[in-house]
Write a new protein. Structure first.
Length: 110
């Protein structure tokens, strides 16, 4: 059995698509994702759409990373402690807000 292990996508759906294409070329049987699906890169919704579609068509295991913890904590409490001034965190706040505006809800993590 061939297993593809991926982590730290951080919303980079273009790189994710290329990694998945390579995995398909290798005849991968299953996927394990180690978290940090969203983060600093734009288009978090597109990243989630790709992962949701893959989950419907392949055997996948998803583990929640620290970035998902940040998003889930933010959903529970808008005043949660995201360290200000850090570019990475500021990009996450922007993506969090834009995903909420575009979809009307915060993405559900797998």
């Amino acid at each position: 059995m061939k297993i593809a292990v991926m982590s730290d996508i951080h919303g980079n759906y273009i790189a994710l698509q290329r990694c998945l294409a390579h995995a398909l070329e290798q005849n991968v049987d299953a996927y394990i994702f180690l978290g940090d699906y969203l983060g600093e890169f734009p288009y978090p919704q597109r990243t989630l759409e790709i992962l949701y579609e893959l989950k419907q068509n392949a055997s996948c295991i998803f583990i929640r990373g620290n970035k998902e913890d940040y998003w889930l904590n933010r959903r529970k409490d808008q005043n949660c402690d995201w360290k200000s001034g850090n570019r990475s965190v500021m990009a996450m706040i922007y993506n969090y807000n834009m995903t909420n505006v575009l979809t009307g809800s915060i993405p559900k993590f797998v």
